[in-house]
Design a protein around this ligand. Structure first.
Ligand SMILES: NC(=O)c1ccc[n+]([C@@H]2O[C@H](COP(=O)([O-])OP(=O)(O)OC[C@H]3O[C@@H](n4cnc5c(N)ncnc54)[C@H](O)[C@@H]3O)[C@@H](O)[C@H]2O)c1
Length: 367
């Protein structure tokens, strides 16, 4: 490999612009060399704005290009599997957006393909990188909260009731809020508490979304606007998760409302997306209080990001690229990998199954 890790972005939409490209820009160990998107107008604009040397509408060209070392896949969910498998076959390290596939079986196949070729694989589970999440994890793992007994998360967004584009069709997205939002919370709960053994889930649709933003008619939504589950962790702890994209009054400049907490035998600690440089913590007999995240948790180890620069709820997302490139240069697994993406997907799949059958579902995911 040459001096710098040469990265291509496949899917030049919102999330690539929001945090993948800024993440590449602050990491001097890598460079953006190509961009791929079938939308030619967007492609031309991104090439101008982002400055990569190559552009193409065909991901197969990226997969076959010997001058590309790694790809970031940020396309609609139904394309993740074919694009990732092609890039893995072409010898590229892959970071892929969540949900990794449309179901556990697709995600597990992606994991095995990357593992068997000894390539780095990473699922873009962004919120694991929030300083407050990393510090809560430290408190849980160091035993500062005692025995973890309970996990709870809520993620509410106040988005429009107009069309959600590709996100509202099962064939293209798999599911709605569950695969878009709650899957992140399933992932970080397992990172904090360990594997989930069984869940009972429910989903609901609140809006038909039959019109686009500019008033054009479109096929109605097929997916959930609300998802919820209760679960039992293998360590004996319990969990409660809830998310929705249609909670009025929770807009908050697009960041919405997010709270996630661990309750242990000695104390409780909570993360909030809107205040990621602080946690809320309390010990037995006390009152939950705000506490600053210690400096060493504000960025991931080695990250050149200045934690005082930018909007705190946005900038921690730049650390994903640092982790991806670190794993490539150090020859170790990325955290979170495709295995974590697949295991979270198994729980999300089980949520749909549970609701359909109106029963608890045991999680028995084998990678
Ligand atoms: N990790 C996070 O926090 C986070 C946040 C937002 C979105 N996402 C995920 O990122 C992915 C993209 O979401 P988005 O909001 O950027 O969507 P988007 O619709 O804004 O962008 C997707 C882009 O992919 C392009 N595309 C479609 N098919 C393609 C193909 N075959 N090859 C190359 N490009 C193709 C589209 O033209 C579009 O420009 C989704 O899987 C979503 O779940 C993750």
């Amino acid at each position: 490999m040459p001096n710098k890790v040469r990265i291509a972005i496949i899917g030049a939409g919102a999330v690539s612009d929001y945090h993948h490209v800024p993440g590449i820009r602050i990491d001097s160990r890598c460079e953006l060399v190509a961009v791929c998107d079938p939308n030619e107008q967007l492609l031309n604009q991104r090439q101008k704005d982002w400055g990569p040397t190559k552009k193409t509408t065909q991901f197969e060209e990226i997969a076959a290009d010997p001058d590309i070392d790694a790809v970031i896949i940020a396309t609609p969910n139904f394309t993740h599997r074919p694009i990732a498998l092609a890039c893995i076959a072409g010898g590229k390290h892959v970071m892929c957006e969540k949900p990794l596939g449309l179901n556990f079986s697709e995600s597990a196949e992606m994991f095995r393909a990357a593992r068997d070729k000894n390539l780095r694989h990473m699922t873009a589970f962004t919120y694991r990188f929030a300083p407050s999440m990393r510090y809560v994890r430290h408190l849980v793992k160091s035993g500062a909260l005692g025995q973890p007994r309970h996990f709870r998360s809520q993620r509410f967004l106040d988005w429009p009731e107009t069309s959600w584009g590709w996100r509202q069709y099962k064939k293209l997205a798999g599911a709605g809020d569950l695969f878009d939002m709650t899957i992140h919370r399933i992932d970080f709960s397992m990172d904090l508490m360990g594997p989930i053994n069984a869940i009972c889930g429910a989903v609901a649709q609140f809006a038909k979304r039959e019109k686009t933003n500019d008033g054009q008619a479109c096929a109605p939504s097929e997916v959930d606007d609300w998802s919820s589950l209760i679960g039992l962790f293998a360590n004996g702890a319990t969990g409660v998760w809830e998310g929705s994209t249609l909670m009025k009054g929770h807009h908050n400049n697009g960041f919405g409302y997010e709270w996630a907490e661990v309750n242990g035998s000695e104390g409780s600690a909570a993360y909030q997306l809107t205040d990621p440089n602080n946690i809320v913590i309390g010990k037995h007999g006390g009152t939950m209080q705000k506490q600053a995240v210690p400096r060493e948790f504000l960025v991931i180890p080695g990250s050149p990001r200045n934690p005082n620069d930018g909007v705190p709820s946005t900038v921690f997302r730049y650390d994903l690229v640092w982790e991806f490139v670190s794993a490539i240069t150090e020859g170790r697994d990325c955290v979170p990998g495709f295995d974590h993406g697949a295991l979270a997907q198994a729980v999300a799949d089980a949520t749909l199954e549970s609701f359909e059958k109106k029963t608890w579902v045991n999680i028995d995911a084998k990678l």
